[in-house]
Write a new protein. Structure first.
Length: 563
């Protein structure tokens, strides 16, 4: 549910805060006052494109914040999958800004996201309908999605099985295509794979080899320096010079003196033991250093072999991966693909058998889906016809065509199209053939009324869908909206007093001049001011006692109906 909308520096709006509630939220105002700015701002926050004049003239930044309280777990899961934290109360804050150059920044709960992520995460928050938002009804390819929403969980569970089976068939087709493709291309592929496999096999690589070679090369390149350092260390530690004793000899003499010292003072015993331990450790280290020195050899041939090996590894890395491990992975995949292509005849046979079995299962599931759709279509077309009759389309006939396409697609085997006959004697024809905007609005509202119980979207927006509707029909439209608003939040922009009278919350859009600038403001109306606005909608600019009385009666009748 949309709880709050904050708009700043958008077109004629300097700054407005709108608190929406449950039920029917009505937005009204004079033509040209800027009612569409509210919807445009909300669409902007949901990730839709904005016009070039979206930013208020002279301002640096337009800002729109939309606060939703979300219960639907599908939406919350989608947010979490995108790394967006959601509080336990389900509050989701969408924020989007636009600067003077037209650049926008999107945030969800404070996290910066792309426009695409904003649209994806916002999908399912709002269902938008208006004079130019009937595309889903006019586009027959969308009708199957609408029907499936009516079918609910009964179809959803079977459709999950269908999706798995459909994906399996597509994967089999992909494998078969690879096997049964162009013979010359297949032969070229096998030749290339054979060369790659042999080249890697001949190298006889092993994991960790490169690191070992680099370390050994470093030693061989510095063999002379290593020898000098080692010999110098041994001289200082063990051999000594003509003028100086070695460190080990001097430590030995010191130990002899301290040993004698212990005869006079037992406190020195600890020092003697410590130095004895150090002497033993130094002696071991000297022995290891002598062994190391004896094994230092300069091997130009080995160095040359190592260089060649390293160059071979570098060459293979350029072609097959960034490390020996990746090269070996490439090799394994190449062997697997080669085996796959080499045994293609047997593989094709097995895959065709597997495909036959998978397709039979897919057709069975598609048939089950079709049966549910046909059954549900018969049920709901009667309900929709009843709603259309209530909306003063007394002779209206509505039909949901579910026919076999004779082929399987991602939605099953059905083609679904909504057909209507708006007047007596007219044959059923596609919705796209309907010329009247008023008729289209009523069809859409009838669908929403029937779909209300099954629809997971919490908020519906109706943007002046009352165009072409008046009189008794307007009253019926208002009653249907009030009915849908019992289970869904509705935000409706309207010119009709009958619809405005049904408002649970009423907002007035006004355009005024402030400091020689045109400014649009949004004001929430109490009951008394709401009646005044309804009177304006009834009587136009001049409000009389009669229009005031009529507005009050309309509001009272609406309150009685809503009870």
């Amino acid at each position: 549910m949309l709880e709050h909308l904050h708009i700043k520096n958008v077109a004629l709006i300097i700054e407005s805060d709108i608190d929406f509630e449950k039920g029917l939220n009505i937005i009204s105002g004079e033509t040209g006052a800027g009612k569409s700015m509210v919807i445009d701002s909300l669409n902007f926050a949901l990730g839709e494109r904005a016009s070039s004049n979206f930013l208020r003239k002279g301002e640096k930044m337009a800002v729109v914040d939309a606060i939703f309280r979300v219960k639907e777990e599908v939406i919350l899961s989608k947010l979490r999958e995108n790394g967006i934290e959601v509080e336990q109360d389900g509050i989701v804050l969408l924020t989007r800004t636009m600067n003077q150059s037209g650049k926008t920044i999107c945030r969800i709960n404070g996290c910066i996201v792309t426009v695409g992520m904003m649209k994806e995460c916002a999908e399912g928050l709002i269902d938008m309908h208006g004079q130019h938002n009937h595309q889903s009804l006019l586009n027959s390819t969308k009708h199957i999605q609408i029907l499936d929403r009516f079918c609910g969980k009964e179809l959803e569970q079977i459709k999950q099985k269908f999706d798995i089976a459909y994906k399996e068939v597509k994967e089999i087709d992909k494998s078969l295509s690879k096997l049964l493709g162009d013979e010359q291309q297949r032969a070229r592929k096998m030749d290339l794979l054979q060369f790659q496999i042999e080249e890697i096999e001949q190298a006889k690589l092993r994991a960790g080899e490169e690191e070992e070679l680099l370390e050994k090369r470093k030693i061989l390149l510095n063999a002379e320096k290593i020898r000098n350092l080692t010999e110098n260390s041994l001289q200082l530690l063990y051999h000594g010079t003509q003028t100086e004793q070695s460190a080990i000899d001097q430590l030995s003499r010191a130990l002899e003196d301290i040993s004698d010292l212990t005869n006079y003072d037992e406190k020195v015993n600890n020092i003697y033991e410590t130095l004895s331990s150090v002497y033993a450790q130094i002696d071991d280290a000297i022995r290891d250093l002598k062994h190391y020195s004896d094994n230092i050899v300069e091997e130009p041939e080995e160095l040359e072999n190592i260089e060649e090996r390293i160059q071979l590894i570098y060459h293979l890395k350029k072609k097959y991966g960034n490390s020996i491990e990746e090269i070996l992975d490439f090799y394994n995949n190449a062997v697997e693909e080669m085996d796959f292509l080499s045994n293609s005849e047997e593989m094709v046979k097995k895959l065709n058998q597997k495909k036959d079995k998978a397709e039979k299962e897919l057709i069975q599931i598609a048939e089950q889906m079709s049966n549910i759709r046909v059954k549900k279509a018969k049920e709901i077309q009667k309900e929709i016809e009843k709603q259309l009759q209530d909306l003063e389309m007394k002779q209206g006939k509505f039909s949901i065509l579910v026919e076999d396409k004779k082929e399987i697609s991602s939605n099953g085997k059905d083609r679904v199209e909504f057909l209507i006959s708006a007047n007596a004697g007219e044959e059923l024809k596609p919705l796209a053939k309907i010329a009247s905007g008023g008729e289209m609005s009523r069809v859409m509202l009838a669908l929403k009324t029937v779909l209300a119980a099954a629809d997971n979207i919490e908020t519906f927006i109706f943007d002046e869908i009352d165009t072409g509707v008046s009189g008794r029909t307007a009253q019926k439209v208002a009653e249907k909206m009030a009915f849908v608003s019992k289970t869904h939040q509705i935000i409706c922009i309207t010119h009709l007093p009958q619809i405005a009278a049904m408002a649970d919350n009423h907002f007035l859009i006004e355009k005024n001049e402030q400091e020689q600038k045109t400014v649009t403001t949004v004001m929430e109306l109490d009951n008394e001011k709401s009646v005044c606005e309804i009177a304006r909608l009834i009587g136009g600019v001049k409000i009389t006692e009669a229009t005031q009385k009529a507005a009050k009666e309309l509001k009272e009748q609406a309150n009685i109906f809503k009870k």
